[in-house]
Design a protein around this ligand. Structure first.
Ligand code: PBG
Length: 297
């Protein structure tokens, strides 16, 4: 029940396309997404996190906040088919912008933090209107939690929780995700808005800021290389804490496992157990379904 399964939604129907760098994970059209979630729910995974792969990308990521955006369609279909499934919607611009950055560009080279906030707010309200149970901003712009809380409240969604990617590090472990979502930045990197992997005190300040702004759940990401950060956060803050075992963590275990170099199942369970031991309440993991099945057996 503590697992959250991340899923990638694409336009079309009957699509279940394996992601090359994430064996065992798929880009799913809405009909396949519903089937996948029925399977997850039946083994006890009660929550999913949706990422969208838009039909077309542009400078301001307009599909992110469009009524017929792919995530909005996915949310509506899931809430109709599985009303008790907790549907969490990832909020960010990087999957939707043609330049692949998580915000709006100020000139051709700089992400404009404050100009991005209204776009994130529109995305949050649009996901709320579609029926999302939780919104989860992963963009890492400063001030976004306060802005989003206010926008949601004003739109009548005072009860909708925000799960903040609070301590999200600028990590090479996101590589396979960027293949999956086709969201690698077309220039530069994300170091101006994601966290310095060397700096744990800065990560604590980010979490504290997000709590003060109104976050309901905070997240540390990646997970296994940052277990100390999870432990510090657990010891200091009392909000529910999530940890994200990201695409690169998954890909490494899958690659070595599928080559027969490691005992894949034991390493999968040991890594999840370690994340739990470090203090995570909730774990976002691409292993959610398999680990839940194993735990049941
Ligand atoms: C969007 C986002 C990313 C991930 C989750 N949300 C990619 C990034 O920041 O580049 C990564 C998840 C994963 O690697 O599994 N900003």
């Amino acid at each position: 029940a503590d697992f959250i399964a991340p899923l990638f939604v694409v336009h079309g129907s009957g699509i279940r396309e394996e992601i090359k760098t994430m064996p065992g994970q798929y880009r799913l059209s809405v009909d396949e997404l519903v089937k996948e979630c029925e399977g997850l729910y039946s083994v006890g995974v009660l929550s999913v996190m949706l990422f969208g792969i838009p039909e077309h990308k542009d400078h301001t990521g307009s599909e992110a906040y469009s009524h017929n955006g792919i995530v909005q369609q996915g949310i509506r279909a899931l809430k109709a088919a599985l009303p008790d499934l907790i549907v969490i919607a990832d909020i960010c611009m990087c999957e939707y912008t043609d330049h692949g950055h998580c915000g709006i560009l100020h000139d051709h080279y700089t992400v404009d933090n404050d100009a991005t906030l209204p776009y994130l707010c529109r995305q949050a309200v649009s996901f709320a209107e579609a029926g999302a149970d939780i919104v989860a901003p992963s963009d890492m712009m400063d001030g976004r939690i306060a802005a989003m809380r206010q926008a949601l409240d004003e739109a009548g969604y005072e009860q909708l929780p925000i799960m903040s990617y609070a301590a999200k590090f600028s990590s090479a472990f996101y590589g396979p995700f960027r293949d999956a979502a086709d969201s690698a930045p077309s220039f530069g990197d994300r170091r101006s808005y994601q966290m310095d992997p060397a700096n744990i005190r800065e990560a604590m300040r980010e979490i504290e800021g997000d709590i003060a702004e109104g976050a309901d759940i905070v997240m540390v990401k990646p997970a296994l290389p940052y277990l100390d950060v999870i432990r510090w956060a657990r010891d200091r803050y009392d909000l529910p804490l999530a940890a994200y075992q990201v695409s690169g963590e998954y890909a490494m275990i899958q690659a070595a496992g599928l080559n027969g170099w490691i005992d894949r199942e034991r390493i999968m369970m040991e890594s999840l157990l370690s994340i739990k031991r470090a203090g995570a309440d909730l774990i976002l993991t691409y292993f959610a379904r398999e680990a839940a099945e194993l735990l049941r057996r």
